[in-house]
Design a protein around this ligand. Structure first.
Ligand SMILES: [Zn+2]
Length: 120
């Protein structure tokens, strides 16, 4: 699993944990028929994923998560959707182990469907 894939899974688990901490949201998911894992299991999955992540990516992700409530941001038309700063040309999709970060806000960047996030 690449660092980018690992970060995406950690982000998904963080969103799931956030939804499960909201009683209204978790009861809505159960009414819809979703069997959601209990919080301790989600924490164990997250812990295993975090352990396998290089320290610098973990620090970027955790710092942005604490500061903004999300450790990741999408990129559209070379603009970070977390802080709305236009990314310099030197920043590209998956530049380092499949991971790139916003130099302005520090979030892990997820690029759009097109090459280098420039398609929309
Ligand atoms: Zn940003």
């Amino acid at each position: 699993m690449t660092a980018a894939e690992r970060l995406m899974r950690i982000h998904d688990l963080d969103l799931l944990a956030l939804e499960m901490s909201d009683p209204l949201c978790s009861s809505r998911l159960r009414r819809l028929g979703f069997a959601v894992a209990p919080a301790p299991r989600i924490e164990r999955w997250r812990g295993r994923l975090i352990e396998g992540l290089e320290a610098r990516w973990r620090q970027h992700y955790e710092r942005a998560l604490r500061r903004y409530g999300s450790g990741v941001a999408a990129v559209r038309g070379r603009v970070c959707q977390g802080c709305f700063v236009t990314l310099p040309r030197s920043v590209a999709a998956g530049m380092d182990e499949g991971v790139s970060t916003c130099e302005a806000c520090g979030r892990i960047l997820f690029w759009g469907l097109g090459p280098r996030g420039e398609s929309d």
